[in-house]
Design a protein around this ligand. Structure first.
Ligand code: CTP
Length: 209
């Protein structure tokens, strides 16, 4: 099957040398790309700015910076995929204005105005068809309730609930919630093992029975 795997943070520029971003390392997404390639799938890895080497077997890597870059790549790549594993930690907001020259230090309080980025998964949902979409939910409280709500809102087949403690580590635990309500606890295990479990789930959901 053809897998599109997104990984890492997005970065939203403020001026030529500053940006808003988050602590995603990209490791989980890269582990997913590697696991899918190892299981014989054609993998397109769409990576935010991360310092990770392309895993062996990945057919194509496309690097993006902003949420809107990622939106453009998904619009191109998702129509021809069978499975989307959406592991990117997309910035929900971006600065309204990107200043051309480095912002200078001034006395007093400075207010930054942000505008929302699109919800990329929610936007893709209406044209999902019979593709399998698996998302991630990063929650610091009410994890399962919030993750289930995201699964519904974003029209996903399954969602992997991730705890902030997993960020940047090579191991972790996930609660995987399927659309049919089944919930699986995975880990603690290496991200490679967790990734293999999610790729197998995508295979099962794509061809039930
Ligand atoms: N996601 C997305 N577009 C966004 C934000 C997130 O497609 N603008 C995707 C992520 O890749 C992930 C899922 O949606 O697969 C959930 O991301 P998360 O950051 O947990 O949730 P948000 O939708 O950002 O909601 P909130 O910030 O309210 O928790």
């Amino acid at each position: 099957m053809r897998f599109v795997v997104t990984a890492g943070p997005t970065r939203e520029p403020l001026d030529p040398v500053r940006y808003l971003s988050n602590a995603s390392s990209g490791r989980m997404g890269f582990a997913l790309a590697e696991a899918a390639a190892r299981r014989g799938h054609e993998v397109v890895l769409v990576a935010g700015p991360v310092a990770l080497e392309t895993p062996s077997g990945v057919a194509r890597r496309l690097d993006v910076v902003t949420a809107r870059d990622l939106q453009g790549v998904l619009a191109e790549e998702v129509p021809s995929c069978d499975v989307l594993l959406m592991c990117a930690a997309v910035c929900d907001y971006r600065p309204v204005e990107v200043v051309e020259h480095k912002i200078k230090r001034e006395p007093g309080v400075w207010q930054l105005t942000l505008e929302p980025n699109p919800d990329l998964l929610a936007e893709l949902a209406p044209r999902k068809g019979d593709r399998i979409f698996i998302g991630f939910a990063l929650e610091s409280e009410n994890g399962e309730v919030n993750a289930r709500a995201k699964l519904e809102r974003k029209g996903l087949d399954a969602i992997a609930l991730n705890a902030p403690a997993n960020i940047g580590r090579s191991t972790g635990r996930l609660t995987v919630i399927r659309r049919d309500g089944e919930t699986l606890e995975q880990g603690p295990a290496s991200k490679a093992v967790l990734a293999e479990g999610l790729v197998r789930l995508a295979e099962e959901l794509a061809s039930p029975g």
